[in-house]
Design a binder for this molecule. Sequence first.
Ligand code: SF4
Length: 382
Amino acid sequence: MAVAVRSAPALLDKLERLGQAARYDLSCACGPTAGRSRGADDRWIYPAVLPSGERIPLLKVLQEGRCDRGCRYCAQGHGGVADATSFTPEELTRVFFDLRQAGRVDGLFLSSAIRGGAVGSMDRMLATAELVRRSGFRGYLHLKLIPGSGADQIDRAMQLATRVSVNLEAPTAFHLQRVAPSKHLERHLLAAMRQVAAAEAAGRFARAGQTTQFVVGAADETDRDLARASDWLYRRLRLRRVYYSAFQPVPGTALAHRPATPPLREHRLYQMDFLLRKYGFALGEIPFDEGGALARDRDPKTAWAEQHPERFPVEVNTAPVAELLRVPGIGPRTAARLLELRGAEKLRGRSALRAAGVAVRLAAPYLLLDGRRAVPRQLGLF
Ligand code: SF4
């Protein structure tokens, strides 16, 4: 049974509003899969997976609710529907520690709308982070860097936080202008990300690196536009993760009339992202159609495999890891397990594939097991 939180009702009311307002941001440890699953009672608490793999309940909340800027998709934006609720640093620290004491949260994701300028808003977030750290919290703290923050503020955020992030929201300056006309891609967003990357490379920021988020489908960007941007961010700025958040129209905003982006598009982008980050695919190998879209009816690795019959079948018992990773239905953990199992004895049956965690239905047409096809030839693809 949940332990009662001691904070005053007025603070809990703010928590309800500013926690709800933070729900669109997935660029924290609670990103893609856990990001939208919340407890029924604690709607501002998210199950999060930390960079270490540890799972914790994370308080995700805004410092301030209504924004001076006019990002066209954003509920917090000028002219939007958000109320002007805000936490002082002391209030937010108090709520966080009360929740911790009640055993409800074990980490904090702090973001904010912009009131009275980026520097002032970032200062208030930093004051909260300072208080939280000075009060003895050493755990996971994720700070959003507000576009337009000063270089010294970004440095301080890196000292205080476990992880920082800047939300790019759109993959190019052109697309950004369509959805967030007050933001300048280079000056407000990439400059901060470059500063974090440089500090990290210099060993001054050795914790959990930086992440970002794209709003998918708000600016008529293609999947290829997003893939290009993500690939650049991983290679050049060493981002730990890029998150993709399917656009959802918010009543009262400038883009309220736009249709919501289907969750399947977001899902395919995450699959593409895994190919870039974990499977050794180059950007040029990702299969897009002529309009720059990923296939919706199959995952991108299967689409690639179907276009490259010359690469298959691969022999489970001898193929190097890089080749196993090209097989649909085999991920990095499964490939490692296959290597372990085949080191002990030759793998011959489909039960051995299952034991390694292979998605047999997907993978079998692409595999040889001890020289024999893992599926009868008439059922195979080639
Ligand atoms: S700056 Fe952030 S909070 Fe403000 S309108 Fe834009 S996306 Fe929303």
